[in-house]
Write a protein that binds this ligand. Structure first.
Ligand SMILES: Cc1cc2nc3c(=O)[nH]c(=O)nc-3n(C[C@H](O)[C@H](O)[C@H](O)COP(=O)(O)O)c2cc1C
Length: 224
């Protein structure tokens, strides 16, 4: 059944303003960093909800929006998540599960299996990908481009958090099956990514990483 068509709500900016907005937004995004050291300062739930609303504006395959954002501020649940994540990460870092080339790639970041921040943060949001949907009578509904859709939604989510002055980490303590159990999610869903969210600790340090230049990431094809 086709949905009705409505006029597009598109805001046109004049060219100077366009450049100014583009430059300002780039500068803002250039300051975004993954944070691994948080304060316990509270964050209003409204901000988390707005970030999820914003993430949910992302495009998705056939508009299935195949994502569930599970949100918790429960100290006991955060402790359980930390303990389970550390268990997996200890095997990754110290039990030899991570192949050497992966450990080499992580070395400059200075990360290890300790994840204190998972208890320190006011909020944890876990993004689950819905491998398929469930219809009103429990029948399976096909979802398309699930990973691509969730990846885009995750990008919009971290952008929204950064824009509202919050910090987060894109965290994947693999394998992440423990999150399905701890958070009581159905078999149709799989953990995609975890986001501890809050304010950075006063003394928060981040690795001095260089981002690729435009020349390194952009290729101009065809005639100009
Ligand atoms: C899909 C994905 C998974 C990631 N998983 C982890 C993780 O499990 N632990 C971690 O400390 N950082 C993780 N990161 C963060 C990256 O290390 C970080 O984005 C990268 O070092 C660049 O730093 P920046 O985000 O400050 O620009 C992940 C990032 C992405 C995109």
């Amino acid at each position: 059944m086709p949905v009705p068509m409505i006029p597009l709500d598109f805001r046109r900016h004049d060219p100077n303003e366009q450049v100014e907005r583009a430059d300002r937004f780039y500068e803002e995004m250039q300051r975004r960093r993954s944070v691994r050291s948080f304060s316990d300062e509270p964050v209003p739930r409204h901000l988390i909800e707005q970030a999820i609303r914003t993430a949910s504006t992302a495009p998705s395959g056939a508009h299935r929006q195949p994502w569930t954002f599970v949100v918790t501020e429960d100290p006991q649940l955060k402790r359980q998540i930390r303990e389970a994540a550390e268990e997996e990460e200890r095997i990754n870092y110290e039990g030899g599960r991570l192949p050497q080339h992966w450990r080499d790639a992580l070395e400059p970041l200075g990360t290890d299996w300790h994840k204190e921040f998972l208890e320190a943060v006011p909020w944890i949001v876990v993004l689950f990908e819905q491998r398929y949907g469930l219809g009103t009578t429990g029948e399976r509904v096909h979802h398309f481009y699930v990973k691509e859709s969730c990846g885009i939604a995750a990008g919009v989510f971290i952008t929204a958090l950064h824009h509202m002055g919050l910090a987060t980490l894109t965290h994947t303590p693999s394998p992440m099956r423990f999150l399905t159990d701890l958070l009581g999610r159905p078999r149709s869903e799989r953990p995609f990514c975890m986001f501890p969210i809050g304010y950075p600790a006063e003394d928060c340090m981040v690795p001095d990483l260089r981002r690729k230049s435009l020349d390194e990431v952009m290729v101009l094809a065809g005639a100009t």
